[in-house]
Design a protein around this ligand. Structure first.
Ligand SMILES: [Zn+2]
Length: 162
């Protein structure tokens, strides 16, 4: 019975961390990546990198696309040729859900403030996203198929599955 096997760990294809694997499936776990993900990791319930990389490769592609879209927006905002259409009202008291207002309804000073904070937010998200992409690509490259690690073991175990 596979369910009686000793706990093994494999790399989650989404967060890239070493997570317990049961019956060749990554067990449920949480993951937070600022601006990208919060809560149950979408890699839960899928095969680990030791069994396949399709999901990791899709995540890398999606994140690269999103980062380049954000970089384009940042450049356009900086150059003053674009701005968000709808923004959260900057004067909303803390604790309340901010009202969404049209860009043109904001005072020019408020527009500049909103632009600054949007650029800051996107830069932080791009940085976090690009770091994660680098980590996942390295793992995809380094992780051997069918090279599980025992829980707590540091060295990679080469060879076939037990
Ligand atoms: Zn994960």
């Amino acid at each position: 019975m596979q369910s009686n096997e000793a706990p093994r760990a494999g790399h989650c294809q989404v967060c890239g961390r070493l997570i317990e694997v049961r019956n060749d499936i990554v067990t449920p776990h949480e993951f937070e990546l600022a601006g990208w993900l919060l809560g149950e990791c979408p890699g839960s319930g899928h095969i680990p990198m030791e069994h396949g990389r399709g999901r990791a490769e899709s995540i890398v592609k999606l994140m690269q696309l999103e980062c380049s879209r954000m970089r384009t927006s940042i450049a356009a905002y900086r150059a003053g040729v674009s701005h968000p259409e709808l923004v959260e009202h900057p004067d909303c008291p803390p604790g309340l859900t901010p009202a969404v207002v049209a860009w043109c309804e904001l005072h020019p000073e408020a527009q500049q403030e909103v632009l600054r904070s949007e650029i800051e937010r996107m830069e932080a998200e791009c940085e976090a996203g690009e770091q994660h992409v680098t980590k996942l690509r390295r793992l995809v490259h380094e992780t051997s198929i069918a090279a599980y690690q025992r829980r707590g073991e540091r060295r990679k175990v080469a060879g076939t599955l037990p």
